[in-house]
Design a binder for this molecule. Structure first.
Ligand SMILES: NC(=O)c1ccc[n+]([C@@H]2O[C@H](COP(=O)([O-])OP(=O)(O)OC[C@H]3O[C@@H](n4cnc5c(N)ncnc54)[C@H](O)[C@@H]3O)[C@@H](O)[C@H]2O)c1
Ligand SMILES: [Fe+2]
Length: 370
């Protein structure tokens, strides 16, 4: 079994100019970004590329109508794609480095195959998704009431670039949801049967870095965040390397219908379900990877194994308030449809769980979070 492949070169720059000089941007480049990230940091360089601003095509996370709008308004003769932004921008940029992406649903349901059109450079401005090193993109299809996930090697970035300065103005809420997402990538990938000693090296270290940084913030105050942003950026990348190999599991799979229907931010939707899923595993016969993860977490949280998920909740809820699903609009009537959606569309992700979750387990988890 393949142990790990890292398909993107990883670069780090202190100054924006070092990055633009190294890229040699020209009129054949397509930059996908947001105006309020691009203008303050890159605007003065007056780069000759074709630039599209995601927010002009819709708000929130990637959706099929947003991508269709972008596609119809750009010149298609570009020879390289540069995505500068959070997971939303990076996931969109991955699609634009492919040939022929319409109809988008066919690509996501396996009717057509992803083929690389041109090189891709990704620059993350949040500290969560790890998308800069994964071959995954996630898009909401309003017609299906859910997000769908596409994994294809053609979407690996050729270069993943860190410029920690770009996170200086990150709103606290975005930091919180994205870093929680990274922690969940680290946990779920470490529980996956596809994890190897190499992916675990990155997943376990990401858990230590993120839990450690949260504990520092709890002890010394949230004002410490600017000093910790680079640590979070690196940890989210480690977690991306880990889940790029081993995948995520039920927390992600079960969050997609919630995010899709009620537009809950990805990391926040995951957090709403995290400890309920982990507690469900504790009632099942799990692979030994589960015990390894519990041991790491209990050592980090200085508690006994039986309290580990409550302690984890206590720590994360210092970073972001945990809400029940009904606070997002979810009603009891939604739960059978959410469960059907997981069983119909998320089977690949569910195969990464350390124990089998049946229909009634999934319903039970949703019910306990309602
Ligand atoms: N492809 C993958 O491997 C993968 C993994 C996990 C999540 N995702 C996807 O990533 C998306 C979530 O990404 P995210 O959590 O990075 O958030 P995001 O990209 O949706 O950004 C959230 C908001 O923060 C703003 N923002 C981003 N960086 C900023 C900065 N430095 N300063 C100020 N504002 C900034 C954005 O413009 C946006 O308004 C979801 O769609 C999720 O499905 C993809
Ligand atoms: Fe995620």
């Amino acid at each position: 079994m393949k142990q790990l492949s890292l398909c993107s070169s990883i670069l780090k720059f202190t100054e924006i100019k070092e990055f633009t000089d190294s890229l040699q941007v020209d009129e054949n480049d397509l930059i996908i970004t947001c105006r309020y990230i691009y203008e303050p940091y890159f605007g003065s360089f007056d780069l000759p590329a074709q630039i599209i601003y995601q927010e002009e095509f819709g708000s929130g996370e990637p959706s099929e109508p947003m991508i269709a709008g972008m596609l119809s308004s750009l010149r298609s003769d570009y020879k390289r794609v540069i995505g500068i932004g959070g997971g939303t921008i990076m996931d969109i940029a991955k699609l634009f480095c492919l040939n022929n992406i319409t109809p988008l649903e066919d690509l996501f349901t396996g009717k057509t195959t992803a083929e690389k059109k041109c090189p891709l450079v990704l620059v993350p401005t949040t500290c969560g998704t790890g998308s800069e090193v994964t071959n995954v993109t996630i898009v909401n299809f309003p017609a299906l009431n859910s997000k769908l996930r596409l994994a294809a090697d053609a979407m690996y970035a050729d270069e993943a670039v860190f410029i920690p300065r770009l996170l200086e103005q990150i709103p606290y809420q975005i930091f919180a949801t994205s870093s929680i997402d990274a922690l969940i990538h680290a946990i779920e990938s470490s529980l996956s049967p596809l994890a190897t000693p190499y992916s675990e090296l990155f997943g376990h270290e990401a858990m230590r870095m993120i839990v450690g940084a949260y504990q520092k913030m709890r002890k010394n105050g949230k004002d410490l965040l600017p000093n910790l942003l680079e640590q979070f950026l690196i940890a989210s990348n480690y977690a991306g390397i880990a889940f790029g190999k081993a995948g995520c599991g039920a927390v992600h799979a079960m969050s997609y219908p919630l995010s899709g229907k009620y537009h809950v931010a990805h990391g926040e939707a995951n957090y709403a379900l995290l400890t309920a899923v982990l507690k469900k595993y504790s009632q099942k016969t799990c692979s030994e990877k589960y015990d390894v993860v519990v041991t790491i977490l209990k050592d980090l949280l200085h508690c006994d194994a039986e309290y580990v998920f409550d302690e984890l909740d206590r720590l994360i809820s210092f970073i972001l308030e945990k809400k029940p699903l009904h606070a997002y609009g979810t009603a009891p009537d939604d739960l059978p449809a959410f469960t059907d959606n997981v069983l119909k569309y998320q089977q690949v992700i569910m195969s990464h769980n350390p124990a089998v979750l049946e229909r009634e387990d999934i319903m039970d988890i949703y019910q306990s979070c309602l």
